[in-house]
Design a protein around this ligand. Sequence first.
Ligand SMILES: Cc1cc2nc3c(=O)[nH]c(=O)nc-3n(C[C@H](O)[C@H](O)[C@H](O)COP(=O)(O)OP(=O)(O)OC[C@H]3O[C@@H](n4cnc5c(N)ncnc54)[C@H](O)[C@@H]3O)c2cc1C
Length: 225
Amino acid sequence: MSEYESTGRTRVRRKPGRGSYDRGLVDRILDEALICHLGFVEDGQPFVTPTIHARVGTKLYLHGSKASRTLQALEGGLDCCVTVTLVDGLVLARSAFHHSLNYRSAMIFGVARRVEDSEEKALALEAVVEHIAPGRSDDARPPSAEELDATEVVALELEEASAKVREGGPIDADADMDRSVWAGQLPLSIAPLQPVAEPDLSPDVELPAYLRDWHRPSSGELPGL
Ligand SMILES: Cc1cc2nc3c(=O)[nH]c(=O)nc-3n(C[C@H](O)[C@H](O)[C@H](O)COP(=O)(O)OP(=O)(O)OC[C@H]3O[C@@H](n4cnc5c(N)ncnc54)[C@H](O)[C@@H]3O)c2cc1C
């Protein structure tokens, strides 16, 4: 199915025209976002933990140390909610009230499972590295058995999700249209600055092409609903 079923939790009520249940759109937002925010309630206390994620097909993988309270809580079968946010630009209206941001965001609900299978765990960790820097896992040493053992990985099935997108210019009130104030959009994107090599790096190790050309997967492309 190319669309998520809208549920009581995922139905976009406020500005529903900006909502989408398109799986491809949710995938693209997840793939472009560097990090997610993972929310859960443990013993009545809400926590929202920023963390790196990686999508492989219909699975979202999260990883961390064995000692991570967040991962331990998830493995206990708690409901969780993952959000990802891409800020695409500032929206500058003629009035303060109508200022906004252009964004693409996604929200996913579910119960994560602990990844036990060492092959799946290794693939998930490779996906995490590739999510951050595509091409990197061909270069960097893969985790040893001890390192794999020290790392916890959980998988969240992408089954219940929604996206919300705002694009375009400000929506000004008619009464403000003649005001002599600049109005429009300031597009934003994640762009790399100059790489900083380790001081003890051997001079014959060159900056790899995948870092020289690093960009987010669809950075700068306009979202399509
Ligand atoms: C951009 C980013 C990416 C990250 N990616 C990962 C990842 O992929 N895997 C991973 O395991 N961790 C990641 N972290 C760190 C993560 O946010 C947690 O700090 C870490 O997972 C420990 O979680 P815990 O539940 O064991 O924290 P604990 O140390 O048990 O949390 C105790 C308290 O410490 C404070 N705290 C914990 N984390 C943070 C935080 N990030 N910012 C401010 N206060 C905090 C809070 O008050 C929290 O209640 C990332 C952090 C950032 C900002």
